[in-house]
Design a protein around this ligand. Structure first.
Ligand code: ATP
Ligand code: MG
Length: 260
């Protein structure tokens, strides 16, 4: 059985049907690409998976369990982590602090331990920094050396890496990436693709769903692709098959051009 399955997932905003009976499965260890024109429901799909939007119909099943009615923090604890289309880093905080935010579901010590700086709190912090350092060093060892610097001082590509490390810090089973290459130049995009390859090698059991407008990235990193248009899944398969699909071509190019 798939790690994640949506069954007729439907999300409405008033009269707008942003997701319309979507059935998507994500297998363990696979990277699934999600494409579709602006406003086709890609981010809404992530928001429904992570409990930010309650479905008007259908359901999300993760590891055999329905996520219906679960709050976002509980869904995160079950093992679904994400990055956002617009960066949500705290630019005034350090690199380490930003990554550590991703581990707070797993903390065993509480506020009292922290205030009293009890040994077990210090031990837990040491472990957390070690884990953050390991994740950061997978992408760029320089990020560990700069771990106590403010994230706002890092270049764009490194900020995106910190965001991905924050999502990975919780040890998820499913990682959702919403347009990670947005705002990047071609060199940075190539580095991002290399980073995603590292994630696959280091965490072979991890499933990844990646929303991207850059078809080069989608082709390079995904084993399978689904395409959305007007909230519906219009195609699914290999990148080559989906890119050839007539409805996909129409959605991107317009009906007349697609036929030309
Ligand atoms: N919170 C919301 N309230 C009302 N309408 C919304 C909300 N979120 C999304 N929508 C609408 O739902 C539709 C799908 O939006 P969504 O953000 O999922 O698109 P997208 O495929 O991620 O687009 P993009 O490629 O531009 O990021 C759009 O028409 C959008 O305006
Ligand atoms: Mg979006």
């Amino acid at each position: 059985m798939s790690l994640l399955e949506t069954r007729d997932l439907t999300v409405r905003f008033g009269g707008l049907v942003a997701l319309d009976g979507v059935n998507v499965g994500v297998d363990r260890g696979e990277t699934l690409g999600v494409i579709g024109p602006n406003g086709s429901g890609k981010t809404t799909f992530f928001n429904a998976l992570t409990g930010l939007y309650a479905p008007a119909g259908g359901e999300v099943v993760f590891d055999g369990r329905s996520l219906a009615g679960l709050e976002p923090h509980l869904i995160a604890r079950l093992g679904i982590a994400r990055t956002f289309q617009a960066s949500r880093l705290c630019l005034q905080l350090s690199v380490f602090d930003n990554v550590l935010v991703g581990m707070h579901h797993h903390r065993r010590t509480g506020l009292v331990d922290a205030v009293l700086r009890r040994a077990r709190f210090r031990g837990e912090m040491r472990e957390a920094i070690a884990r953050a350092s390991h994740l950061l060093s997978l992408f760029n060892p320089d990020l560990v050396a700069r771990g106590y610097e403010r994230v706002g001082q890092l270049p764009q590509i490194d900020r995106r890496r910190v965001e991905i490390c924050r999502a990975l810090a919780s040890g998820p089973r499913l990682l959702l990436l919403d347009e990670p290459s947005a705002g990047m130049n071609p060199e940075e995009t190539a580095e991002l693709m290399r980073d995603l390859q590292i994630v696959r090698e280091e965490m072979p059991g991890l499933s990844v769903v990646i929303i991207e407008h850059d078809m080069f990235v989608i082709e390079g990193v995904s084993q399978r692709v689904v395409a959305f248009n007007y909230g519906r899944k219009i195609a699914e398969g290999t990148f080559a098959a989906v890119a050839r699909h007539e409805e996909v071509r129409e959605a991107y190019l317009g009906k007349e051009t697609a036929r030309a």
